[in-house]
Design a binder for this molecule. Structure first.
Ligand SMILES: C[S@@+](CC[C@H](N)C(=O)[O-])C[C@H]1O[C@@H](n2cnc3c(N)ncnc32)[C@H](O)[C@@H]1O
Length: 297
């Protein structure tokens, strides 16, 4: 096992901000940094093998428009989407320590193929989708029949395994009390995947919190969260999900990273649990919101 000290070159020492970076230290002495930019670009600048644990939820395939150029999630093909996510995860692997863990939350999308525009993005009133790739006829290039679920999480997980990640546990996040979908010809979905990937075969893991909390170990029932504060449309995951990942997958004081930080759930929960944290997002408004939250800790 490697030394658990945090790599000092990961953080700036003082409270500071530029046009695209925000840095600070919490009252409990946990340092934090937020970077605005594409995650692949920012990750390439972070020091190798410096982060203990990564917890993240990338944009799902064609579910939301974050209104920023260069965003992931609106690729024309499933293959291109899988390649985008796995490309970022290659960058994560470079920054993650050999004994580190990655918790990757991914949801799925249906292939409608109905040939008509989806119209308003009901989850985000900011922009209209045109004709989404998942509504075009022609099977998305992977031979799907209309109405099929695409199987996005496993397509990504299989490609990541091929790129050297060790998939140790496909945890089910059962989204307790989530709103039922308005569909009559299939069961409404109530879970998402949370893949626990190890960088290498030997890694930090503490099973005790799962035992102490008397919870199902690989099926986590945690209530979904509607929206972050300020009406930000980031599809935030619940604090409890991040907390549990940290309890089992990050040593005390270990450095935490979220390359798709959105409203800053990962960084806020990590810093409030005394772990230094780094967040990256393309969206400036989300970065400022995340940094402001961290400043108050
Ligand atoms: C599902 S949201 C993350 C939500 C976050 N877990 C939270 O609790 O608020 C995905 C985020 O990825 C960001 N994003 C999309 N493409 C990106 C890219 N290429 N690089 C960095 N961030 C990106 C979006 O702006 C959005 O904030």
């Amino acid at each position: 096992m490697m030394n658990e000290a945090v790599d000092n070159s990961l953080f700036k020492d003082t409270e500071s901000a530029t046009a695209t970076e925000w840095h600070g230290t919490s009252s409990r002495d946990a340092r934090w940094s937020i970077y605005q930019g594409s995650s692949a670009f920012v990750l390439a600048k972070l020091p190798e093998a410096s982060v203990h644990c990564v917890i993240t939820s990338p944009p799902y395939y064609w579910l939301r428009d974050y209104g920023v150029d260069g965003q992931i999630g609106l690729e024309e093909t499933v293959e291109a989407y899988v390649k985008s996510i796995c490309g970022v995860m290659d960058g994560v692997k470079h920054v993650l320590r050999p004994d580190g863990l990655l918790f990757l939350n991914l949801g799925d999308t249906y292939y409608s193929g109905k040939g008509k525009s989806h119209g308003l993005d009901r989850k985000s009133n900011k922009r209209r989708f045109g004709l989404r790739a998942v509504d075009k006829s022609g099977g998305l290039g992977i031979g799907l029949q209309r109405k099929s679920i695409i199987g996005i999480p496993w397509r990504v997980a299989i490609e990541m395994s091929a790129r050297g990640w060790v998939l140790r546990s496909p945890i089910i996040w059962h989204r307790e009390n989530c709103l039922p979908e308005s569909v009559a010809d299939r069961p409404s979905r109530s879970y998402e995947h949370l893949f626990m990937f190890a960088h290498s075969r030997k890694y930090f893991f503490n099973k005790q919190p799962l035992i102490d909390q008397k919870v199902e170990e690989d099926m986590w029932t945690i209530a979904a969260r509607p929206k972050a504060g300020n009406g930000l449309d980031t599809a935030p995951y619940p604090d409890e999900l991040v907390k549990r990942c940290l309890q089992i997958g990050c040593p005390e004081g270990g450095a935490v990273l979220d390359p798709f930080v959105g409203s800053g759930t990962t960084t806020r929960v990590a810093v409030s649990m005394g772990r230094p944290a780094i967040g990256i997002d393309l969206n400036r408004e989300f970065c400022i919101y995340s940094a402001n939250q961290l400043r108050s800790l």
